[in-house]
Design a protein around this ligand. Structure first.
Ligand code: FAD
Length: 503
């Protein structure tokens, strides 16, 4: 949903050809002293992550200026805005994931890929500790030196200390999460169909699907689930489908805070019509295996506690810093004031960590934690890193020439190089908000579109919104393969029903 930077993403990510290299954890790591095509020593740039921010850096970085190494536990890029569609089998996960090897196959010299996670960073010694995450490399630990480091590790789910959420809830962050949601839903339906001894209360509980979080992810999941109930569940479980309920729980007074008022009102009205209950001002205080314990703030300001039995709990109530980010926030003195992410400047430089940059959800820039922001930051950072790389190469050549020319220093090429170097300026990041979109169910979507040059936001909803939403996402998908598969999945779902998302 929501991001509308149609032109940029497709043009930067979709046309990919060439040769790729996959190096194992024990594979060859380029040394920081390799001679580059520029004749100067190449710096080693390590990029942590394979999400929105990292991919934008990797696609745009000039590998003739840097030895580039990616470290990520995920060997693929996940198009997160379409993950809710995979929970009910509207789309298959393969359609919205792209292997790094194929995304980076046009990089010459190639990018080294380590499927591993970084467990610690020593910014003084400029070394990382990385641990393998494949079955072959699991738990093998190794050190990785770097000259420049990009931290783009994203964020993790926020539980607000509620252990029950971790234990009994489902999430929407990684590809496997979608499969888990689907399995829970089909298990609940099968259980109700086959177990004739269930009490009416237990039956009602199992068929109550709840989602916590009224942001775009929670709303889109509820919408996809409604479509699934009214389409496939109605066909496959005609005796039960009317009993299936969806409730969306939100602690704030309103849902979809990033959308304009008319679109929020439109969505609330639509949800009412299509039978999705929205509970606002409802704070989850505790979660056990079968119930959510909610504190509801009433219209008169009084508070009441309610127990809500559930069969499915999808938790989409926000994000928090990952362990690695927390570790840096707590050990680097300049980061002592950091709360939501690493403190960075307008060039993404991490305060207190030389030659280290942070982008996306792991950095605190005052901007929302969205793919739109992470993607723009990645593009911008790559452009600046390319400039720095070029500046280093020029400096090196100037030094070499200075030695050759001695006192004379009047050579034409020498002064051209000096001018070229002086013209290289790094640019401070400027965010360009393109708008927001969300699918809201029954073939309807909402979009706040920013009109270029007029600096105006135009709200779009309903069928037109849906058409725009589909076209925009098709365009933004990172490869022709994904575009084809998503189109095929939509068509197939329309003609023959959804996929079994467990398979
Ligand atoms: P991520 O994309 O999360 O990537 C982080 C990467 O770091 C991953 O590859 C991860 O495996 C890797 N990693 C984690 N730990 C380590 C480690 N220790 N070492 C190395 N690598 C590590 N935003 C929008 O703008 N529009 C939308 O419509 C939208 N819809 C969304 C729907 C869903 C279901 C979700 C979950 C998010 C959605 N977002 C959307 C938000 C958007 O996906 C995030 O803001 C974006 O992914 C942030 O990018 P990132 O690069 O910071 O992190």
């Amino acid at each position: 949903s929501r991001l509308v930077e149609v032109m940029e993403v497709a043009s930067s990510l979709s046309l990919l050809t060439g040769v790729a290299v996959l190096q194992s954890l024990r594979g060859v790591v380029p040394s920081s002293n390799d001679a580059s095509v520029t004749g100067s020593p190449k710096r080693t740039l390590v990029v942590l992550g394979s999400g929105w921010g990292a991919i934008s850096v990797l696609k745009n970085i000039n590998t003739s200026l840097y030895n580039v190494i990616v470290v990520s536990p995920r060997d693929h890029f996940l198009f997160t805005p379409m993950l809710p569609s995979c929970t009910v089998g509207t789309l298959r996960l393969t359609s919205i994931t792209e292997p790094l090897t194929s995304l980076l196959q046009d990089k010459i010299p190639p990018t080294a890929i380590h499927q591993a996670e970084c467990s610690s960073i020593d910014s003084k010694a400029k070394k990382l500790v990385i641990r393998g995450t494949t079955s072959a490399n699991k738990d093998i630990q190794t050190e990785l030196p770097y000259d420049d480091l990009v931290v783009a590790v994203g964020a993790t789910n926020q539980f607000f200390g509620l252990q029950g959420v971790k234990q009994y809830g489902c999430f929407l962050k990684e590809a496997e999460d979608a499969k888990k949601v689907f399995t829970k839903v089909s298990d609940a339906l099968e259980q109700v169909r086959f177990n004739k001894n269930l009490t009416p209360e237990e039956r009602s509980r199992l068929l109550h699907f709840t989602v916590v979080g009224g942001g775009p992810t929670g709303m889109e999941f509820a919408a996809e689930m409604r479509d699934y109930i009214d389409g496939d569940i109605r066909r496959m479980f005609p005796e039960l489908y009317k009993e299936v309920r969806i409730t969306l729980i939100e602690a704030a007074p309103k849902v979809l805070p990033m959308f304009t008022k008319p679109l929020v009102q439109y969505t609330e009205g639509l949800f009412k019509d299509i039978n999705i209950k929205i509970m606002t001002q409802a704070l989850v205080k505790d979660v056990n295996e079968k119930e959510l314990i909610i504190q509801k703030t009433n219209a008169d300001g009084s508070k009441t506690i309610e127990n809500i039995p559930y069969g499915l709990l999808v938790w989409a109530a926000g994000i928090t810093a990952r362990d690695l980010t927390r570790q840096l926030m707590s050990t680097i003195p300049e980061q002592s004031g950091a709360r939501r992410g690493l403190i960075i400047d307008e060039f993404f430089r991490v305060k207190g960590m030389p030659d280290t940059y942070a982008i996306g959800d792991c950095a605190f820039s005052g901007l929302p934690a969205t793919a739109q922001v992470a993607h723009q930051q990645g593009d911008w950072l790559a452009a600046n890193l390319n400039k720095s790389g070029k500046a280093s190469a020029l400096k090196h050549r100037i030094e070499v020439m200075e030695k050759q020319l001695g006192e004379k220093k009047t050579d034409q090429e020498f002064s051209t190089l000096k001018k070229e170097l002086a013209n290289i300026q790094l640019e401070a990041f400027q965010y360009n908000h393109q708008g927001a979109m969300a699918y809201v169910g029954h073939e309807k979507a909402i979009a706040d579109l920013k009109v270029p040059y007029l600096n105006k936001i135009i709200p779009l909803h309903g069928t037109w919104g849906n058409t725009f939403w589909r076209l925009a996402y098709l365009y933004q998908l990172v490869s022709g393969r994904s575009q084809f598969l998503v189109l095929f999945d939509w068509l197939k779902a329309r003609l023959f029903g959804r996929f079994d998302a467990k398979i």
